[in-house]
Ligand binder design. Structure first.
Ligand code: PLP
Length: 466
């Protein structure tokens, strides 16, 4: 049987599929495209079903037109502004749209950029704050003050030499509380990072309260401390479903905001946004110029080459849906979240920490176990996995690590019917655990592989959940 032989037309009889897949070292031989494709495609059957992954915040459903644009634009490098001027133009329009959505004083002239995700956008927001602090005459070790934050901020401080002052949780306070700020800030605080949609619980932080407290602190101490809002998941929710919530550039102290287009912005993976309040909130030293239509255009990203398709597809989403469409889509998602919360409440052994109230947090549901039912949430998470549901269980951050919680993020494409299927499976799993409890309960380490709580490369830092 030789590879490529005309008589052998059954894919699975071909040599490439009748031996083990190449795994170590660079493969010596070639394979026909359909053979290699089948091998890769079939291995991926072992992955979880993304739409049943309620641990992720990221887009898992996109329409056919978005798919088409993604495929059509696969070859466009967003950094080649001169070669693909219309891609650059669509990105710039999107920047102005997002700046407008977040109430920048002058959306037409402010600066912003698409990024590969919120992490890159967060690095840029942090770097701008660090450069502004230095320009103000800052010396010594710069610090940032925050509550429980996503791992990208731990990355930012380690990569760019900034001290992180993470304010511990106390009692029932599950978000950064404004009252705790004063004792952690000083003249070297480059910014306070406030989160619109905390990773752990999905709750919004009180950004207006944080801003007011920093106003008071400025009067007392003279420190003018800016706020960067990490609106990774809330940035494309609150403007539509809680429009009166003041968290964005309506607060003069908010100098920069990041959000993930690939989360509630509804684009496929690989799209984030970083927007500054005014053009001069982004220090000139961070700008690099590239050729653009005979002139030049400022860029400020960590990557050089990057796909253009995501920013293009984000523009498609913006014009396809507009404010009315986004409001409808996001309201529908919250409706499902509240439906799930109602079902969980009826099970009685759960206490809800976030029930999908659009004024309080993102479209997610977060709960803890009450009483001593003889199993924990890691056991439940494991049982649910046997039905294909991926739902994270993990401890709260310091100083409330004693509490284990579970969180389900509801996203575009998750329906009331799927929530009902999940609730039915949940009831079945609880019954199984009651009848046949594990002899030894699982721990956060057992669950780590899919809740992102696994040991980090440097064992001194804890990696927070996704
Ligand atoms: C997801 C998330 C991030 C990281 O965003 P990516 O787009 O995954 O890089 C940062 N902050 C918060 C609050 C998040 O939820």
């Amino acid at each position: 049987m030789s590879e490529g032989s005309e008589e052998i037309d059954d894919l699975f009889a071909r040599p490439g599929l009748s031996r083990a897949a190449p795994k170590t070292g660079f493969p010596a031989h070639e394979m026909l495209p359909p053979v290699a494709y089948e091998l890769v495609h079939d291995e991926l059957m072992l992955d979880g079903v993304s739409r049943m992954n309620l641990a992720t915040f990221c887009t898992t459903w996109v329409d056919d037109h978005a798919r088409r644009l993604m495929a059509e634009c696969m070859d466009k490098n967003i950094v080649d502004k001169d070669e693909y001027p219309q891609t650059a133009e669509l990105e710039q329009r999107s920047v102005r749209m997002v700046a407008d959505l977040w109430h920048a004083p002058d959306p037409a002239t402010t600066r912003g950029t698409s990024t590969i995700g919120s992490s890159e956008a967060a690095m840029l927001g942090g770097l701008a704050a660090k450069f502004r602090w230095r320009a103000r005459g800052g010396t010594g070790t710069p610090n940032l003050v925050c509550g429980p934050v996503q791992v990208c901020w731990e990355k930012f401080v380690r990569y760019f030499d900034v001290e992180i002052r993470q304010i511990p949780l106390r009692g029932d306070r599950l978000t950064l509380h404004p009252d705790d700020l004063a004792e952690h800030c000083d003249e070297n605080t480059i910014m306070v990072v406030a989160t619109l949609g905390q990773t752990f619980t999905g709750l919004f932080e009180d950004i207006a309260g944080i801003s007011a407290t920093l106003d008071t602190l400025q009067q007392a101490q003279g420190w003018d401390i800016p706020i960067h809002v990490d609106a990774a998941s809330g940035g494309f929710l609150a403007p539509f479903t809680a429009p009166d919530l003041v968290w964005d550039f309506r607060l003069p102290r908010v100098k920069s905001i990041n959000a993930s287009g690939h989360k509630t912005g509804l684009t496929p993976l690989g799209c984030g946004w970083a927007i500054w309040r005014r053009a001069d909130d982004l220090p000139e030293e961070l700008l690099f110029n590239v050729d653009y239509l005979g002139g030049s255009m400022a860029t400020f990203t960590l990557n050089f080459s990057r796909p253009g398709a995501q920013a293009i597809t984000q523009y498609y989403d913006f014009i396809r849906l507009g404010r009315a469409g986004y409001t409808r889509v996001q309201s529908a998602i919250y409706h499902v979240a509240r439906h799930l919360a109602e079902g969980l409440r009826r099970i009685r052994i759960f206490e809800l920490l976030h029930d999908g109230d659009p004024q309080r947090g993102i479209a997610a549901v977060c709960w803890r176990l009450t009483g001593a039912p003889g199993f924990n949430l890691y056991d439940l998470s494991d049982r649910l996995r046997s039905r294909g549901w991926l739902i994270a269980a993990y401890p709260l951050p310091a100083d409330r690590k004693d509490e284990t919680i579970m969180r389900a993020v509801i996203r575009h494409g998750f329906t009331v019917d799927m929530a009902d299927l999940l609730l039915a499976d949940l009831a079945r799993c609880l019954e199984q655990l009651r009848l046949r409890p594990f002899t030894t309960s699982l721990t956060s380490e057992d669950a780590g592989s899919f809740t992102h709580t696994a040991a980090p490369a440097v064992p001194t830092t804890e990696i927070t959940p996704p």
